[in-house]
Design a binder for this molecule. Structure first.
Ligand code: NAD
Length: 372
């Protein structure tokens, strides 16, 4: 499972709840359908907590709960930094081969979400589909991700790719002083739902692209494309080039491999790219600019959330908001220089300060003070 680069290491659920100041953690079960799930609501200062519903195999309910909590906390930061008026939440469903995901299970979960009265809104995530979202919607209105004919934004991964491209342009300008990606080399790890569209966008910008993927079917469209070189999976993180774009898994930068990374910039869609947040110092020392993952990969979440705006979903407005990720990335880099902190810490500060100022205006005594 992906790791979250949290500074505090939770010893147990209540400890984590207190240290990261969670509002609510709800255990859900339904004997008839076999549902076992956790809903974590981290912070609702900016608005209702939102975050996808993950369906995954966990060794224990404690593991599932900690995962839901880490992911919920991550959503607080993602929405806050992206300028979306939502808080952070997450739901995880514990997969059990003996009791597979079913309409009855999802509807039982939908009733749990409904009983929270709008404090948590759900969406698609690893292991869940738009069809699952429709089943949840049968029981509760608190579902953000929906097909277009249900009033939702539909598929969102291409918007995540657009956000990555905008962040990459800002990173290139900051680190290399260039206003275009023309002629630059970008090494893309994983050409799936986000990495694939990102490669097309990069080629349109005149970049050279190297790709690697563990799945032959993901690589197939790229094998004979001009401007694209397919390289071995084990080599992609360590190739020279201008940008390394992790678009597969989390935890790609570790204390063991950080010395071998050779691009000037890291900017990709994968969640939790740093195995540990302190690795940003190692990257800084090596002169590698790290574009913080939760700033870079917010495009899909931003696009999806548009349907909560007045008048419902508006594609043009949603895409314009996604493209603001370029400006946010520049602001985070400027904050890092101003406060003399790494870019990941600057991104956290950027989010914390927005929550603190909105919270103060609303008269909410916020846990976020936006202090160094
Ligand atoms: P995906 O499953 O569609 O694509 C991932 C690709 O990476 C697959 O083709 C897979 O074969 C490949 N892959 C897996 N392990 C690999 C490895 N070790 N080396 C090279 N390739 C490998 O997933 P996605 O939706 O494109 O998401 C990619 C990443 O971006 C994930 O970390 C995800 O959490 C994150 N993300 C996605 C979105 C979105 O809108 N889809 C939004 C935010 C963050």
């Amino acid at each position: 499972m992906e790791v979250k680069a949290v500074r505090e290491q939770p010893k147990n659920i209540m400890d984590f709840m207190q240290v990261a100041d969670f509002e609510n953690v709800v255990l859900c079960q339904d004997q008839a359908s076999g549902l076992r799930a956790v809903i974590a609501v981290h912070d609702t200062t900016l608005g209702p907590a939102a975050g996808g519903c993950r369906y995954w195999t966990y060794a224990s309910y404690e593991d599932a709960t900690i995962d839901a909590m880490r992911l919920a906390r991550g959503m607080t930061y993602k929405y806050a930094a992206a300028g979306v008026n939502l808080g952070g939440g997450k739901c995880v469903v514990m997969a059990d081969p003996a009791r597979p995901k079913s309409e009855a299970m999802l509807r039982a979960l939908g009733r749990y979400i409904d009983r929270l009265g709008g404090a948590y809104m759900t969406g698609e995530d690893v292991g869940t589909t738009l069809e699952d979202m429709v089943n949840l919607r049968l029981e509760t209105p608190y579902v953000i991700t929906l097909p277009e004919d249900w009033g939702g934004a539909g598929a969102i991964s291409e918007m995540t790719a657009i956000g990555v491209l905008e962040a990459m342009k800002s990173s290139v300008e900051h680190a290399l002083g260039k206003r275009s990606l023309q002629g630059l080399t970008v090494n893309v790890q994983g050409v799936g739902a986000v990495g694939g569209p990102l490669c097309s966008l990069l080629l349109d910008e005149g970049a050279r692209v190297r790709v690697a993927d563990i799945r032959a079917e993901s690589l197939a469209p790229w094998r004979d494309r001009p401007g694209v070189e397919v390289v071995p999976v084990e080599e992609i993180p360590y190739l020279e080039g201008d940008v390394f774009a992790p678009c597969a898994l989390g935890g790609v930068v570790t204390s063991e491999n950080v010395g071998r990374l050779r691009t000037k910039i890291i900017c990709g869609s994968a969640n939790n790219q740093l195995w540990d947040a302190s690795l940003e110092t190692n990257l800084q020392e090596r002169g590698i600019l790290y574009a913080p993952d939760f700033i870079v990969n917010a495009g899909g979440a931003v696009f999806d959330a548009d349907r909560l705006q007045p008048g419902g979903f508006r594609r043009a407005r949603a895409e314009a908001k996604v493209r603001e990720i370029g400006r946010t990335t520049r602001e985070v880099f400027a904050l890092a220089e101003q406060e003399k902190v790494g870019t990941f810490r600057a991104a956290e500060l950027f989010a914390e300060r927005r929550i603190a100022s909105v919270g103060a205006a609303k008269g909410i005594r916020s846990r976020f003070r936006g202090e160094i």
